[in-house]
Design a protein around this ligand. Structure first.
Ligand code: AMP
Length: 145
């Protein structure tokens, strides 16, 4: 079995995301693999666009700059260069799949909340990433047991 060469960590930039990042970084070190991080920002217009007649572009720019600062702080802990930090706007699972394919990643690492049943066990994003992924997916359990 060959080693992983390119690992994509999907992060929501939360405290829980830290546990997931630590696992991904440990695997990357053990496998001598490149580690990339992605954080996806869902456009406000997806949630509110149809209902509120408002220009969201200023708020969206602010969210993007905050996310860039946060991912840089996150990435610094693992000495990840800027080109391995990806902030993308769209639907999380779609963008994670697209970037995994573009990078030719052989492992995607996500967090999952272990509560009840398979749907909740995987959580919505983790579930979406698993289905349709063209490479291995590691779901790291986070949060309450
Ligand atoms: P959730 O389904 O929202 O509980 O999230 C589960 C996991 O999906 C997180 O631990 C992350 O690995 C990933 N994830 C959730 N939201 C995002 C996001 N906006 N960008 C990238 N990854 C995400």
């Amino acid at each position: 079995m060959s080693n992983y060469q390119t690992i994509l960590l999907a992060t929501d930039l939360s405290d829980e995301g830290e546990q997931v990042a630590q696992k991904a970084a440990a695997i990357a070190t053990a496998e001598n693999a490149a580690l990339h991080m992605i954080h996806v920002i869902e456009p406000l217009s997806f949630a509110y666009g149809g209902d509120i007649p408002m220009d969201f572009s200023g708020i969206q720019d602010e969210i993007q700059s905050q996310a860039e600062a946060q991912i840089a702080e996150f990435a610094a802990k693992y000495a990840l260069p800027k080109e391995n930090q990806h902030i993308v706007i769209g639907r999380a699972e779609n963008e994670i799949h697209s970037l995994a394919e573009a990078l030719n990643a052989d492992l995607v690492v996500v967090g999952s909340h272990g509560r009840h049943g398979i749907a909740l066990l995987l959580g919505s994003t983790a579930n979406g990433v698993l289905h349709g992924a063209t490479c291995d997916v590691l779901a790291v359990r986070v949060g309450e047991s």
